[in-house]
Ligand binder design. Sequence first.
Ligand SMILES: [Fe+2]
Length: 216
Amino acid sequence: MSGKSFTRTIKELSPVLFGPATGPERVVYEVRRGEVDKNTKIRYDTTTIFPGLLGRELPKTFGHYHKGVDFPELYVVLEGRAWYLIQRPQKANPKIIEEVYLIEAKENEKTIIPPGFGHVSINPENKKLILGNWIGTGFEYDYQTYENLRGACYYLLESKGRQSVNFEKNSYYEKMPELAKVRPREFPKELENLEFLTKPEKYLEILTIENCFKRM
Ligand SMILES: [Fe+2]
C-alpha cells in the first residue's frame, strides 16, 4: 500500500460504529501513505478526519492493532485537536483489556503509541483534523479484531450538543478498566532519531505509559 491513498466512508466504518449513522453516505477520513525510506524502513503517512458526527459518535478511524511485531508508532497533530483511544488487550483474549487511555493532543504535539496498543484516532472538534504519523514497516495491520468486537472498548458519544462527551462501554468486551484521560509528555530526546520505530526492543524502558503520558 506504499504511496497510496484511501478513504473510509460511513458505510465502511459501520462495523465499528456504536449505532447506525443517519444522513447521506460520505467520506469520514482519508489516509495518504508515503513511500518507505529505503535506509530507515520508516514510512510517513497523513490522515485527515473530517468533522461531522456519526450518529451520536465523534468521527473516528476504524482502529487497528499491529500484527506480527509489536511496533510502536509516532503521531503529530498538523491541524486541529486530536484524541487517540489506545487499548492493550490480553494476548490470549482480545475481549479483556488490560489498559485503556484517551490521549488528548494539540497542534504540533507528538504522541507515541506504545508497543502492544491498538489505536483509534478521533476528531473531537467541529473542524478538520490532520495527523502525520511515522511508522516502521514489516508488520501487518489487524483491523479484524476491532471489527469482530464492534470497535474499541469505549465509544465516544456527544451529549448536550458537544458540550460534553460520554464514554460508553462496548458490551462486546468482557472487561476493561475505567477510561483514563492523559496528555502526551514532551517527546524524549533519546527517541528523536526514530530508531525506536523499527527496533522497539532497544527502547522498551523509555516506551512506558509513565514516560509517554501524564494523567489529566
Ligand atoms: Fe497503527
